[in-house]
Design a protein around this ligand. Structure first.
Ligand SMILES: Nc1ncnc2c1ncn2[C@@H]1O[C@H](COP(=O)(O)OP(=O)(O)O)[C@@H](O)[C@H]1O
Ligand SMILES: Nc1ccn([C@@H]2O[C@H](COP(=O)(O)O)[C@@H](O)[C@H]2O)c(=O)n1
Length: 616
C-alpha cells in the first residue's frame, strides 16, 4: 500500500473499524478519589405513620402498586412487637400495645440498617390473636430500591426517624378510625366489641394523644383521608420516582441525565453484563438500551413550536424537531450506537473521531472525519462506555475546536463510570451527558464489555495469524496471510442498515506452509448463520468459494469448525456483499437438468452456492 494512502484519514478510519473490545479498567475503591459518590446507591426509606386504622397499610399498598417498576419492600413496625411473658399473657387486657416500650426498637433499627446496607433480613411474624411472635418462622425481606417502614410509632424514636428519606403521616378522622378498628378487630382478630372499646379508651386513644399525634410534626407530607386521597398518593409516587431516578452525580452535575430506571432497563443491563450471554442477545439488548439512550438524548435537544392541521381540520399545536443535528461516534465502540441513532433520525449525518494512543507516553493522535458544517449543528457524541473520560475529553475538545459550542454537545453513553462523569463534567460544564446507568463503583474484578462490536467481531482467542514467508511471485497480498483456528470460531459481521436480505459471501483459501502449519492439511466445516456451507472441506490449492444467502436481521455469523485429526481450520479472507433485495426468487425457482426440472420452494430461506467463478 502506498505510504500516502496508509497515512490518509480514511485508511486510519477503516482499519480502526476492526475487532474492538471496550472495557472499564479496574480501579480499586481505595484508589478512587470519588469514594463518596461511588458508594452503592442507598435504598430510599419512607416512613408511614398515623393512628390505628388510619389507612397506613392501605396507603403503603397503593404506593407499592404504583412503584411497580421498582423493588419495594414493606416492613411493619407490628412485626417488632415484643412477645408477652406468661404473666402478661394472663392479663393481656392490662397490656398497653400502644406504648413505645411495646416494641423492640433496637431490633427494628438493626433490620432497617441491614436493609439499607443492601442485605436481606429475617423479619419476625406477629400473631395478633395470640399476642406472640411465631417462634419458628420469619419473613425474608430482600434488599431493594425502596423500603417502606409503617407503624403507629415509627416517628417516635429519633434514630429510626433519621433513617428515613421521607416521612408520611396518614391523618384520618378519629371516629372513622374507631369504627374501622372495631370492625377489623372483631372480624379479623377474633375480639369482642366491648374489649375493643375498653382497649381503645384505656390505651389506644391516650397513646395516640401522647405519642402518635405529637410525632406528626416530623412528617414531610400529611395525607388527609388516607387511601381515599389519590391526588396526594400520586404526588408522593411521582416524587419518589424522581428521587429514585436521580443518581447523586446528577445532583452534583445537573447536566447529567440518567434515563428513568425500570425493571425492563435493569433486566437488560443484567443480561448484557452476564458473562454467559450469547453474542446475539448481547447485541440485541445493548441495542435496545442504546435506542432508549438515543431517544432520551434527542429529547434534550431544543425545539420550536409548530402547528399542524389534523385530518379533522383542527389545529394541533406541537413542536418541531431540531433539524441541524449530527452524530459523531468515537471510533471504535461508538460506532455500535450509530444504528440506533440512524433508526431514530432518518438520514442523520454521522462523523467519526478516532483517538489513537501513540506509544506508551500517553501521547494521543486524533483523526477525524466530520461534517463540514459541524459548527452549525447540535452534536450527539456516541460512546457506549464512559470510563476514565480521557478519550471523551479529547473528542469534545476537538469538536469545540471545530466551532461546535459546548452547550450544543450531548454525550450519549450506555454505561458511565463516576470517574468519567467527573472528568468530563468538570471540564465541560455546559455539555449534557445522557446515560442508561451510572456504575456504583469499579473494583478489581469489574470489567464491562457492553458494546456491540463495530462491524466484524471474531469470537475466539484461539487463533493464529500466519504469514506466508515464501509466496510465489505474483501471488496477491490477500493470499499471503491467513487466520488459523484451533477451536470452533466464528466471525460476526454486523450488516448495517439493510440487515435482512440476500448477501454474497466469498471465502478465500490459500494453503501455504508457515510456522508449524501446513494449511493444505486442514479439514473443517464452515457454517453461516447455521447453514452448512462447506462440509469436511480441505483446500489443496488456492480456492475461492462463493455463497448466496439470506440474512434475517443484522448479524451474519460465519463459523469455522475444525474436524478430525487436522485439528484446525483456516481462511485467508472473507468478503460479504449485499445482493439486490429480490436476487433470489423465493418460490418457484427451478433447476433445469436432463431429467426435467426441480422446483425449489422458499429458496430465499436456504443458502445457495454460486457456480465457481474462479477455482484454482
Ligand atoms: N379509604 C378506606 N375506605 C374504606 N375502608 C378503608 C379505607 N382505608 C382503610 N380501610 C379499612 O380500614 C381498616 C384499617 O386500614 P389499614 O390500612 O389496615 O390501616 P392501618 O394500617 O393504619 O391500621 C382495614 O380494614 C381497611 O380495609
Ligand atoms: N397484640 C396486639 C398488638 C397490637 N394491637 C393494636 O394494634 C394497633 C397497631 O396496629 P395498626 O395496624 O392499627 O396500626 C395498636 O393500636 C395496638 O393497640 C393489638 O390490639 N394487639
Amino acid at each position: 500500500m502506498p505510504l500516502e494512502k496508509k497515512n490518509s484519514i480514511d485508511y486510519v478510519m477503516e482499519t480502526a473499524s476492526g475487532p474492538h473490545f471496550s472495557g472499564l479498567h479496574s480501579l480499586t475503591a481505595a484508589a478512587s478519589p470519588f469514594s463518596d459518590v461511588n458508594a452503592p446507591n442507598q435504598p430510599f426509606v419512607i416512613g408511614v405513620s398515623g393512628g390505628t386504622a388510619s389507612g397506613k397499610t392501605t396507603v403503603c399498598d397503593m404506593i407499592i402498586q404504583q412503584l411497580h417498576d421498582h423493588r419495594v419492600v414493606l416492613v411493619n413496625q407490628d412485626s417488632f412487637y415484643r412477645g408477652l411473658t406468661a404473666e402478661e399473657s394472663k392479663c393481656v387486657h392490662k397490656y398497653n400495645f400502644d406504648h413505645p416500650d411495646a416494641f423492640d426498637t433496637e431490633q427494628l433499627l438493626d433490620c432497617v440498617l441491614t436493609l439499607k446496607s443492601g442485605q436481606s433480613v429475617q423479619v419476625p411474624i406477629y400473631d395478633f390473636k395470640h399476642h406472640q411472635r411465631s417462634s419458628d418462622s420469619f419473613r425474608q425481606v430482600n434488599a431493594s430500591d425502596v423500603i417502606i417502614l409503617e407503624g403507629i410509632l415509627v416517628f417516635h424514636d429519633q434514630r429510626v426517624r433519621n433513617l428515613m428519606n421521607m416521612k408520611i403521616f396518614v391523618d384520618t378522622d378519629a371516629d372513622l378510625r374507631l369504627s374501622r378498628r372495631i370492625r377489623r378487630d372483631t372480624v379479623e382478630r377474633g375480639r369482642d366489641v366491648s374489649s375493643v372499646l375498653e382497649q381503645y379508651a384505656k390505651f389506644v386513644k391516650p397513646a395516640f394523644d401522647d405519642f402518635i399525634l405529637p410525632s406528626k410534626k416530623y412528617a414531610d407530607v400529611i395525607i388527609p383521608r388516607g387511601g381515599d386521597n389519590h391526588v396526594a398518593i400520586d404526588l408522593i409516587v411521582q416524587h419518589i420516582q424522581t428521587k429514585l431516578g436521580q443518581h447523586d452525580l446528577c445532583k452534583i452535575y445537573p447536566n447529567t441525565y440518567v434515563i428513568q430506571s425500570t425493571f425492563q432497563i435493569r433486566g437488560m443491563h443484567t443480561l448484557i453484563r452476564d458473562k454467559e450471554i450469547s453474542k446475539h442477545d448481547f447485541a440485541f439488548y445493548s441495542d435496545r438500551l442504546i435506542r432508549l439512550v438515543v431517544e432520551h438524548g434527542l429529547g434534550r435537544l431544543p425545539f420550536t413550536e409548530k402547528q399542524v392541521i389534523t385530518p379533522t381540520g383542527s389545529i394541533y399545536t406541537g413542536v418541531d424537531f431540531c433539524k441541524k443535528l449530527c452524530g459523531v461516534s468515537i471510533v471504535r465502540s461508538g460506532e455500535s450506537m450509530e444504528n440506533a441513532l440512524r433508526a431514530c433520525c432518518k438520514g442523520i449525518k454521522i462523523g467519526k473521531i478516532l483517538i489513537h494512543r501513540d506509544g506508551d507516553d500517553g501521547r494521543k493522535l486524533i483523526y477525524e472525519k466530520l461534517p463540514k458544517d459541524i459548527s452549525e449543528r447540535h452534536v450527539l457524541l456516541l460512546d457506549p462506555v464512559l470510563a476514565t473520560g480521557n478519550s471523551a475529553n479529547h473528542a469534545i475538545e476537538l469538536l469545540i475546536q471545530k466551532g461546535v459550542p459546548e452547550s450544543h454537545i450531548i454525550f450519549l453513553n450506555l454505561i458511565s463510570a463516576p470517574e468519567g462523569i467527573h472528568c468530563v463534567c468538570k471540564r465541560f460544564p455546559s455539555l449534557k451527558i445522557v446515560t442508561s446507568e451510572i456504575d456504583a463503583a469499579l473494583n478489581g474484578e469489574f470489567r464491562v464489555i457492553p458494546v456491540k462490536p463495530s462491524s466484524i467481531f471474531l469470537s475466539t482467542e484461539q487463533f493464529v495469524s500466519l504469514t506466508d514467508k515464501n509466496p510465489s511471485s505474483g501471488s496477491p497480498i490477500l493470499y499471503r496471510t491467513a487466520r488459523v483456528f484451533t477451536a470452533v470460531s466464528s466471525y460476526e459481521l454486523y450488516i448495517k442498515r439493510n440487515g435482512t436480505g440476500t448477501h454474497l459471501v466469498r471465502l478465500h483459501f490459500s494453503p501455504f506452509k508457515a510456522q508449524n502449519f501446513n494449511l493444505a492439511s486442514a479439514k473443517f466445516d464452515v457454517l453461516a448463520n447455521g447453514f452448512l456451507l462447506l462440509r469436511g472441506f480441505s483446500a489443496y490449492n488456492l480456492v475461492l468459494k462463493e455463497f448466496l444467502l439470506r440474512v434475517d436481521g443484522e448479524v451474519l455469523e460465519i463459523m469455522f469448525s475444525p474436524l478430525g485429526n487436522s485439528g484446525f481450520a483456516f481462511v485467508c479472507a472473507i468478503e460479504v456483499f449485499s445482493a439486490p433485495k429480490d436476487f433470489i426468487i423465493d418460490d418457484g425457482a427451478r433447476l433445469i437438468n436432463d431429467d426435467g426440472f426441480l422446483v425449489f420452494e422458499s429458496a430465499a430461506k436456504k443458502a445457495a452456492t454460486t457456480l465457481p467463478l474462479r477455482e484454482f
